[in-house]
Ligand binder design. Structure first.
Ligand SMILES: [Zn+2]
Length: 300
């Protein structure tokens, strides 16, 4: 007879499958990160031992802050808080104990959600994740890998309070190596922001290929969707500290804080032009840059 206290592998696999296939809202072909961020936030609460359910009124503030940080184009938590139910990873309950907020019912207004709705992981998932920290870490890693660039995995995990160290490294897809190679050739392995071009022997040191329109949001692996950036400027690009206008002039987020003028590294870049790729290669497409300004850049 199986020990009922040990979660079955099938249950864990089912959970990971559901977490890896959230149906995210699309704008054109672009996927939005609200649902994944809401779910990661709930995982952080679970890891911290918080109650399974939280009222929408209490969740709204922290979720808005999280979205402002990692999905600046989409800072209202209301739709994801409701629609996560359809992915079978979430439930919304009514304060009066009725089923009027059950999955499949029509969506309440934000006002009534504030008054009388609470949400959280379904009981079975909650108990399974509470009992199995490695599964929680793996579930978080699955969501991060599926929906966010690698540069953001640790910053998001830190922000929601999830430990991902215990999770197995998710194998990066093969696509990244061709993308990386062609972008580095196009930019001669130089950072398009600061011109960093250090090599050790023949190998570029700390130069990475960044997507303009994120791969996880439907961005292509073509050179016109890439920039060669040093590791620091790649992180600044993916966190929305930097972006670029249609003329490819660098924009610096007003949220960037630097201790003093002599310490300033990012703000002095404002208005400088990104390095162009070599003549045979296309620069980033304007529509991709527009997406980055809208969805990633942390504007005022
Ligand atoms: Zn750089």
């Amino acid at each position: 007879m199986p020990d009922v206290d040990v979660p079955s592998d099938a249950a864990a696999q089912d959970l990971l499958r559901r977490y890896g296939s959230l149906r995210t809202a699309v704008a054109g072909t672009q996927r939005r990160p609200n649902k994944p961020l809401t779910l990661l936030w709930a995982l952080g609460r679970t890891e911290a031992g918080a109650p399974r359910l939280i009222s929408f009124a209490d969740a709204e503030g922290p979720l808005t802050g999280l979205l402002q940080q990692f999905a600046p184009g989409q800072t209202d938590p209301y739709l994801a808080f409701w629609h996560l139910q359809s992915d079978r990873v979430w439930e919304v309950v009514a304060a009066d104990g009725t089923l009027r907020y059950a999955a499949g019912r029509s969506r309440p207004t934000k006002g009534s959600m504030r008054v009388s709705a609470a949400g959280g992981l379904p009981t079975d998932d909650h108990l399974l994740l509470r009992a199995t920290p490695e599964l929680l870490a793996e579930a978080a890693q699955v969501v991060l890998s599926e929906f966010f660039p690698e540069t953001l995995h640790q910053p998001i995990a830190d922000a929601v309070g999830v430990s991902i160290d215990a999770a197995p490294i998710i194998r990066r897809r093969r696509r990244s190596s061709t993308f990386r190679r062609s972008v580095l050739v196009a930019y001669q392995a130089r950072c398009a922001v600061c011109d960093w071009a250090v090599r050790v022997g023949n190998a570029p040191l700390g130069i990475e290929a960044a997507h303009v329109l994120r791969h996880a949001s439907g961005g292509s692996d073509e050179v016109d969707n890439g920039l060669a950036l040093c590791a620091i400027h790649h992180l600044a690009w993916d966190t929305g500290a930097l972006s670029a206008d249609d003329e490819r002039r660098i924009m610096v987020s007003p949220h960037v804080a630097e201790p003093s003028a002599t310490d300033a590294r990012l703000r002095p870049l404002r208005g400088q032009r990104l390095q162009d790729p070599q003549p045979d290669f296309p620069p980033p497409r304007e529509s991709y840059l527009a997406w980055h300004r809208r969805e990633v850049f942390r504007a005022a």
